[in-house]
Structure formats: C-alpha cells, structure tokens
Write a protein that binds this ligand. Structure first.
Ligand code: CP
Length: 309
C-alpha cells in the first residue's frame, strides 16, 4: 500500500490483492479471532448502507474490537455546520481506525489527508468502493476457480456505479474481457474506457443486453440505477427500468456463469432468478464480512498468524 489508508483499489498491488484473498479464505474458515482486542473503530456513514456498515461492524465485533459511529449524519454536529475536516479530526481523537462512506467523490482521500488515523473508504460518491471490490474478486475467484481470462458483463448504471469502477481497475492484472451494457446516459465514463485502453483491456460497449452477450459471459454483474446521484429525476424515470435479468434469459448461459450484484437491488434482477444456482449475489454479500476482516487487519498492520487458533 502507498500509505496506511485504503482510499482506492489502486492503493493495492497485485500481490497485496492476492494476499488479501488468502486472508479472506482464512477468515471464512476462522471468523472469530481476537485480533482487534483493545482497538476502537469508528464507522461514519454520511450515506445510507445496509451491507457495508453492518458487515464492517460485524467484522470488528468478530475480531474482538469495539465500534463507535453513526449511520445518519443528521444526528451529528455536521448537521450544525461542522466541516468534514473537523469531524474527522475529532473522531481521530477517539479511535484507531475510521471507516467512512460519503456522498462526495474524493471525500475519503481528503479525510486521509487531515488525520494520521487510517481511513477505509466505504464508498465515496460515484468514485470508488474498494472493499466491495475485494469481496467481488473473492466471489469471482470462488465461483470460477480463477480470476484470469474471464468475460465479465457489467450491466446497468455504469456511470454512477462506483462498484464497477473499482472492480474494473482491480481486474487489470487478470486479462479480462468486458462487456459494458448500458444506455447512453449511463454508459461507462470515458476515464474508465481510457483506463482499459492504457492497460490493454479488451472491452465491448453496447446498449443491447442480448442473448449473445449473456451466453458468452462468465460473470454477469448487474447494478442498480443510482437514483440518489441524478440531478434530474425525470431522467432517472426514463432509464430506471431499461435492464432487468430474468430466469428465462439464463436458459442457454454457460454452466459456470454466476450472477453478481453489489445490492441493494430494486428491479434489475427478477425474483425468479434467486433460486437459480447461477445466482450468487446473497453469498457475495456474505463474503463482505471476510473481505472487511482482511482489509481492517491489513490497514492496521495486524499480522494474521494462520498457524495459531
Ligand atoms: N453493496 C453495498 O455497498 O451495499 P450497501 O449500500 O447496503 O452498503
């Protein structure tokens, strides 16, 4: 890591990603280790969350640490006008680690620059969600047996969906082929297409969520249209229901294909997919616990003695 905070998935090298995947395997088998005894961790969520906050807090609890924090910034002094800088400096007086979700892109980077306490980015606007990426990589590895040479189809809101931005960057080490399926308004931003070109990553951008695309995919990564990022709600109404995966659409898909979704879903995946063995999104969310245990230990510099139980 370039510094002790985790702001972007690009803070990790390939070998660090692979060490973390190994740590995640360890935590899946051994979720209750007292590795955070005596540590206090803050979870500061300026945006709503179910999975990320609760899996982070579960991770700390299972590792024997303690959690303070908030899930609604309206109950804090930021609602009285306290700046993010002052909030971070105050919380830094109390804790060993700050986990923060914020609606502004760049907020996690800024927070990491105003404190000596490590920051983990739990999502900053449409920018990055690096711990989601770790659980996504683990889910892909577990279901495919490899991260290499896979065809990964990303569908839906590729403009505002921070999870696809982080995942795309992390997969640069593994020779992926991407299908980017989105309408014009929600297409993958140019900076990420440029990133693909600079890194020799093959991609095909299309508006058609066709049978051919589905049947040639190893991973279908569905995303929610991020209503909260639209300034024009009429535009949201126009695009919100363009892409829905249903069970019949998987009829001729590859045996190994798995459907992922960072969740929450609205209506991007029909309920009739849930019982299909190719649906993996609930298990994917479970993997978030192991990802967050591994990342917390990494950021705090805690060595995991895997020989000792
Ligand atoms: N995947 C994800 O970030 O979910 P939450 O918004 O519920 O944390």
């Amino acid at each position: 890591m370039k510094n002790k905070s985790l702001v972007s998935i690009t803070d990790f090298t390939q070998s660090e990603i692979e060490e973390l995947l190994d740590d995640m395997r360890y935590f899946e088998a051994n979720p209750n280790r007292r590795l955070l005894e005596g540590k206090v961790v803050a979870t500061l969520f300026f945006e709503p969350s179910t999975r990320t906050r609760l899996s982070f807090e579960t991770a700390v609890n299972r590792l024997g640490g303690r959690v303070i924090g908030f899930s609604d910034a309206n109950t804090t002094s930021s609602s009285k006008g306290e700046t993010l800088k002052d909030t971070i400096k105050m919380v830094s007086n109390y804790v060993d680690l700050i986990i923060m979700r914020h609606y502004l892109e760049g907020a996690a980077r800024y927070a990491s620059e105003v404190t000596e306490v490590p920051i983990i980015n739990a999502g900053d606007g449409a920018n990055q969600h690096p711990t989601q990426t770790m659980l996504d990589l683990y889910s892909i590895y577990k279901t495919q047996g490899t991260l290499r040479n896979l065809t990964i189809t990303m569908v839906g809101d590729l403009k505002y969906g921070r999870t696809v931005h982080s995942l795309l960057m992390a997969l640069r080490y593994y020779n992926p082929t991407f299908n980017f399926v989105a309408c014009n308004e929600l297409s993958m931003p140019k900076e990420y297409l440029d990133f693909c070109e600079e890194n020799g990553i093959k991609y095909h951008a299309t508006q058609e969520f066709s049978e051919e695309v589905i049947n040639n995919s190893d991973i279908i990564y569905m995303t929610r249209v991020q209503r909260e990022r639209f300034s024009d709600l009429m535009e949201y109404e126009r695009v919100k229901n363009l892409y829905t995966l249903n069970n019949a659409m998987l009829a001729n898909s590859r045996d190994n294909v798995r459907v992922l979704h960072p969740l929450p879903r609205v209506n991007e995946i029909s309920q009739d997919v849930d019982d299909n063995p190719k649906a993996y999104y609930f298990k994917q969310a479970q993997n978030g616990l192991y990802a967050r245990q591994a990342v917390i230990c990494k950021v705090l510099g805690i060595k995991i003695d895997k020989g000792e139980l």
